[in-house]
Write a protein that binds this ligand. Structure first.
Ligand code: GDP
Length: 315
């Protein structure tokens, strides 16, 4: 489709009511803001557009919309906004009454679908840190049901696919949800998954993630299930490697980046699990999880990674 004038990259739109958490999500995921700092974020009345391209494996333009969107306002240019849009992330504050949010979601879907049939609709049921497990499930069920009813009413039930995620900036759920949203927009995903499956099946590695280092979004993983704890461990490992590299790895003369072709790390945990991180490109790292006893077996993890290091230029 025709590229938008503002940016050459496909757009991801962050939409939802005022104070639902849109700016916080963007700041935490892409600017390493700590969740507590988001308490002091100022509301803006403008669309904030940001290209995520140079420091990332993926290239998108993320648009953060201010509070209430008035589709009936003549200055709202649906065509321009929804054109070249890959996904709309619609953020719903689950700690608040969400009736109005549901109505806006429904309106957003109808408008966007009129402009482009390819937009993916991703609903973040957000701020679930304040909810008990029972309420979380009940809220998800209720939002799911209400949005199905709304789609039915607008005759879009067979044409629009909605995905739902329970998210909070206070844990890794927001990174995991963003990872899944981004993965759907990466054309190379099936090829990467095949490669990771092959890699895991030929080694004694239990789980392998390909990470975008800057955002800690995972681009792909093998097909075994992702558990949140493993994902969190890998995210923490990236933080540790970058922090230690920033302190000890940079010399004055060279480097702009603490993450380079020499970056790799092994962390052995006290539960007989070992984590291995290896740089793949300027912006990508592979992080693997496996049982510690497999690390030094001949032909296994350690040797494979030594091989990878030796042949890294060819990667
Ligand atoms: P926006 O108007 O949609 O951009 O909303 P903001 O990003 O300004 O967030 C509004 C408020 O929600 C801020 O005080 C944030 O600290 C808070 N907030 C955002 N995300 C979360 C979350 O996951 N959990 C909780 N408890 N509060 C959040």
């Amino acid at each position: 489709s025709r590229p938008d004038k503002d940016s050459k990259y496909p757009k991801i739109l962050l939409m939802g009511l005022r104070r639902s958490g849109k700016s916080s999500i963007q700041k935490v995921v892409f600017h390493k803001m700590s969740p507590n700092e988001t308490l002091f974020l100022e509301s803006t009345s403008l669309i904030v557009k940001e290209d995520i391209a140079n420091s990332s494996f993926f290239q998108f333009s993320i648009w953060d919309f201010p509070g209430q969107i008035d589709f009936f306002d003549s200055t709202f240019e649906s065509e321009k906004i929804f054109d070249n849009c890959g996904a709309i992330i619609f953020v719903i504050d689950a700690q608040d009454d969400y009736s109005e949010a549901m109505a806006t979601l429904s309106e957003t879907i109808t408008r966007a679908h009129n402009v482009s049939r390819d937009i993916k609709f991703e609903v973040f049921i957000h701020k679930v840190d304040g909810l008990s497990d029972d309420i979380k499930i009940e809220t998800q069920r209720d939002i799911h049901q209400r949005s199905s009813d709304d789609l039915m009413e607008s005759g879009l039930e067979d044409r629009v696919q909605l995905s739902f995620y329970l998210t909070s900036i206070y844990d890794h759920s927001i990174f995991e949800a963003f990872s899944k949203v981004i993965q759907k927009l990466i054309p190379q995903l099936p090829a990467l998954e095949d490669l990771l499956n092959l890699f895991v099946s030929r080694t004694r590695i239990e789980k392998a993630f390909l990470f975008d280092v800057g955002s800690k979004i995972y681009i792909a993983t093998d097909s075994s299930p992702v558990d949140m704890q493993s994902y969190e461990l890998c995210c923490n490992m990236i933080d540790v490697v970058i922090d230690v590299s920033c302190i000890y790895g940079l010399s004055d003369e060279n480097d702009e980046s603490a993450f380079d072709h020499k970056s790799s790390s092994v962390i052995k945990l006290n539960n007989s699990t070992t984590l291995y991180l290896k740089e793949i490109s300027r912006v990508l790292a592979m992080v693997c999880i496996f049982r510690s006893e497999n690390y030094a077996l001949p032909g296994n993890v350690k040797h494979i990674f030594l091989d990878i290091c030796e042949h890294n230029d060819a990667c």
